[in-house]
Design a protein around this ligand. Structure first.
Ligand SMILES: NC(=O)c1ccc[n+]([C@@H]2O[C@H](COP(=O)([O-])OP(=O)(O)OC[C@H]3O[C@@H](n4cnc5c(N)ncnc54)[C@H](O)[C@@H]3O)[C@@H](O)[C@H]2O)c1
Length: 245
């Protein structure tokens, strides 16, 4: 389905990004993981999984908060047919206790990072008159969650950027969509799901289970494939029926 395509996934050394890499590779794509240099050791796991599927998997150093780092990584990566903007952080805190530094860090990684990476990749996609961009937002963008107000605001920004990029690039054959995952069992979610919380959230889903990173990977394959040719500027909830708008 994706044979001959090359996908670059930011923050893909672990968690949802790594699962997206594996799913895209299982459908034929070669993979470039763009993550912080400190993630090179962690990357070995997804690299061997992707190689086990018969696809290539390279690592490029990228800090999405640094425009020069982003541009160097994109140049090193070469051709990129599918861009997945996945890098993100969540450090939960009530809004009234939030420091300026935490606000800025969340926006710089989660929102401005999408801008830097997308702008660095678009010229080559425009030149080829094709490209797929998938932004990993969050259900938090739909419905703010207590202690995650700053994070939710960054993800709402990602959804809005998705809609505007779709309109600004559609004439060049590029689609831009977002995925809003619910609670997906990665390090990020496990850090906040303590005790009874986990059971409460599980029961709140229609499917009575929390998400696996591969659940998000499946949605990414669909949006990257020809099956989604006429879909752009949309935000798809992947949340097990936790939320409906
Ligand atoms: N896990 C969830 O429940 C959940 C739900 C909704 C949305 N999301 C979103 O999915 C994405 C992946 O989350 P995850 O759960 O896999 O988290 P994770 O913490 O396991 O992985 C995040 C990745 O981003 C990378 N990263 C962080 N800062 C970076 C930077 N400055 N430059 C480049 N890479 C950087 C990290 O090194 C890491 O590899 C995030 O955007 C997150 O907001 C997660």
């Amino acid at each position: 389905m994706l044979t001959g395509k090359i996908a670059l996934i930011t923050g893909g050394a672990q968690g949802i990004g790594a699962a997206i890499a594996e799913k895209l590779a299982a459908h034929g794509a070669d993979i470039v993981i763009a993550d912080l240099p400190s993630q090179r050791a962690t990357f070995a796991k997804v690299q061997s999984a992707v190689q086990g599927l018969g696809r290539t998997c390279r690592f490029v150093d990228m800090d999405v908060t640094s425009q020069s780092s982003v541009e160097a990584a994109v140049a090193e990566a070469g051709q990129i047919d599918i861009l997945v903007n996945n890098a993100g952080i969540l450090r939960a805190q009530p809004l009234e206790e939030l420091s300026e530094d935490s606000w800025n860090t969340h926006f710089n990684i989660n929102a401005r990072g999408v801008l830097f990476v997308t702008n660095a990749v678009l010229p080559q996609m425009r030149a080829r008159k094709s490209g797929r961009i998938i932004n990993i937002a969050s259900l938090a963008a739909r419905q703010g969650i207590p202690t995650e107000g700053h994070y939710a605001a960054t993800k709402a920004a990602v959804v809005t950027l998705t809609r505007v990029y779709a309109q600004e690039t559609g004439a060049d054959g590029i689609t831009v969509n977002a995925i809003c995952p619910g609670i997906i069992l990665t390090e990020m979610a496990l850090n906040k799901l303590v005790g009874a919380d986990r059971e409460t959230w599980t029961q709140a889903t229609s499917l009575k289970r929390l998400g696996q990173p591969s659940d998000v990977g499946g949605a990414a394959v669909f949006l990257a494939s020809d099956l989604a040719d006429y879909i752009t500027g949309q935000a798809l909830n992947v949340c097990g029926g936790l939320y409906f708008h």
